[in-house]
Design a protein around this ligand. Structure first.
Ligand code: F6P
Length: 547
């Protein structure tokens, strides 16, 4: 497979870039009243307006040529069929099997994985219903009132952020709390609010080897035993989700309390598995199933829609256009929905842990950019803060605006105000404000020519800042499932185009190993400091801290 920079379509795009890089979207809109209908598409419950991008019809054609030349369609079909595309770990990539609603087989190592997936879903359903109807109780016989979910990375962000996003769907009587950080302040504060006899502790770790999660679980166990729980009560209160059953049992988990997951599910793609139990406990199993169904609908769209209308492919190729041709280094996500405020952090792990790579699976080092920095926050708050840089800064930051058209709560005209800000921002980014407009405005206010000349450059908006707008009727479990799957597939398509493996994460390993070495030196002052001068000095300073 040729490297990205060797593809014919990349050369064609380079030449085309020189032709179009100075076109202004303001002019493109003025020239073509059909621009919106040409550059918008729908999938399941999502509508994408990508007309406010620095593209022409030729750009779109060339970007889709790139997707075809990179074999996106063939590789996509391979992923769904269980090909071992995570080559450095020799694993299939089958988060899509977890939400598969059809009755086809999905074969890994000669075995259909679907019966085990369905069996686990059935086990989750029974468990969730027993907790909700009070047949599963704590050691005093009291129904559970609280769940403490412990996990980090993909074993935390998905469950936490989706539970938060679907707050209006949460069941009464059961509160789900999350702890991820090894900073003891987090678990300290959460445990202080929890009743021992009615708290269920759910530990999620695919590997069952993550330091933060193991430590927090041990702390929770200590808290349980020091506050009324007895050793023989542990099985009633502690559950876990892991693909490493052996380590979980060795840790002391009751084998009946372990929900399985599989090595063909990546951590950041795992909320569809039993890792999603906190979501199901918080929202009810029917809503968890609706989330799966929504994602499945997006899977079907991704598999079957022509590339011209394929939302993940369109968003992925537009990202490549800005990163590799315009030199954009970041991408901002702006959900105009308070409940979706955590979504940028979710996509941050999904995208940056997947595509932050420097080599191909064949061993070539890359000399082109891959994944962008993903960041963002809820609209409208950012408008009064970091939007300044997006509007007038010296870097190009493509943006995704996300807006549910219907609010979860009718609060007079709040929602129209929210939507007006969302649409107004995309308009301002696109059209900008010219020096002539600024001058006319200031002259109307009676400013002198001299005063006008001084201030014009500060008041000019260059515009031509690209954005996508994603709309949905309402934020529901289904539409949220579609939205997450859309970004998963966008990241997949970009990884294919860049020729990288989006499903390993070796970049997080070195820090873990060195961190363990440092921990030993912090805890045992007799260990000689044999590192670099900076790290030695920092360790020394910690050893001398005031206690
Ligand atoms: O350190 C990175 C990582 O491995 C992520 O990929 C993963 O989601 C997270 O840690 C948690 O891992 P685990 O579920 O194995 O505890």
């Amino acid at each position: 497979m040729a490297l990205f920079t060797e593809l014919k379509s990349v050369s064609a795009l380079k030449a085309h870039f020189d032709d179009v890089k100075d076109l202004h979207m303001r002019d493109l809109f003025a020239q073509d009243p059909e621009r919106f209908s040409k550059f918008s598409a729908t999938a399941c419950g999502l509508e994408l307006d990508y007309s406010k991008n620095r593209i022409t019809e030729k750009t779109k054609k060339l970007l889709l040529d790139l997707a075809r030349e990179a074999n996106v369609e063939e590789k996509r079909d391979g992923m769904f069929a269980g090909a071992r595309i995570n080559t450095s770990e020799d694993r299939a990539v089958l988060h899509t099997a977890l939400r598969n609603q059809a009755d086809n087989e999905v074969i890994v190592d000669g075995q259909d994985v679907m019966p085990e997936v369905r069996e686990t879903l059935a086990k989750m359903k029974t468990f969730v219903e027993e907790v909700h109807n009070g047949t599963r109780t704590g050691y005093t016989g009291k129904p559970f009132t609280d769940v403490l979910a412990i996990g980090i990375g993909g074993s935390f962000l998905g469950p936490k952020i989706m539970t938060e996003a679907l707050k209006p769907y949460q069941v009464d009587g059961l509160k789900v709390h999350f702890v991820a950080n090894v900073d003891g302040a987090h678990i300290h504060d959460v445990l202080a609010t929890l009743p021992v006899e009615s708290t269920l502790i759910l530990m999620s770790s695919k590997s069952f080897g993550t330091q933060e999660t193991l430590k927090n679980t041990l702390t929770a166990k200590e808290w349980f035993l020091n506050n009324g729980g007895r050793f023989e009560d542990i099985a009633k209160h502690f559950m876990c989700v892991s693909s490493n059953i052996k380590a979980a049992v060795e840790f002391g988990m009751d084998e009946n309390n372990i929900f399985p997951m599989w090595d063909w599910v990546g951590g950041r793609y795992s909320l569809w598995s039993a890792i999603g139990l906190p979501i199901a406990l918080s929202l009810g199993f029917d809503n968890f199933e609706a989330l799966l169904k929504g994602a499945y609908a997006m899977d079907e769209h991704f598999k079957s829609a022509p590339l011209e209308d394929n939302l993940p492919v369109l968003m992925a190729t537009l990202g490549v256009w800005y990163i590799n041709f315009f030199g954009a280094q970041s991408h901002v996500l702006l959900p105009y929905d308070h409940y979706l405020r955590g979504f940028p952090a979710y996509v941050q792990q999904l995208d940056m842990e997947s595509n932050g790579k420097s080599a191909t699976p064949q061993g070539d080092y890359l000399d082109y950019a891959t994944g962008p920095v993903i960041w963002g926050g809820e609209g409208t708050n950012g408008q009064h803060a970091f939007h300044q840089l997006i509007h007038q800064g010296q870097v190009l930051i493509p943006a995704d605006f996300i807006l549910p058209l219907t609010s979860q709560h009718e609060m007079s005209n709040h929602h129209a105000m929210l939507a007006s800000n969302c649409f107004g921002q995309t308009q301002a980014l696109m059209q900008g404000k010219t020096a002539e407009q600024v001058k006319a405005e200031l002259a109307d206010k009676g400013l002198s020519d001299e005063a006008i000349e001084k201030v014009v450059p500060q008041k000019v908006f260059a515009g031509n800042k690209p954005s996508n707008t994603l709309l949905m009727d309402k934020l529901t479990p289904e539409t949220l499932g579609q939205l997450i799957a859309l970004y998963e597939h966008k990241v997949f398509v970009q990884g294919i185009i860049w020729g990288i493996n989006s499903f390993d994460q070796w970049g997080v390993e070195l820090g873990k190993v060195l961190g363990n070495d440092v921990l030993a030196k912090l805890e045992d002052t007799s260990i000689e400091l044999d590192g670099d001068a900076s790290t030695n000095a920092l360790i020394e300073r910690f050893r001398k801290r005031s206690l």
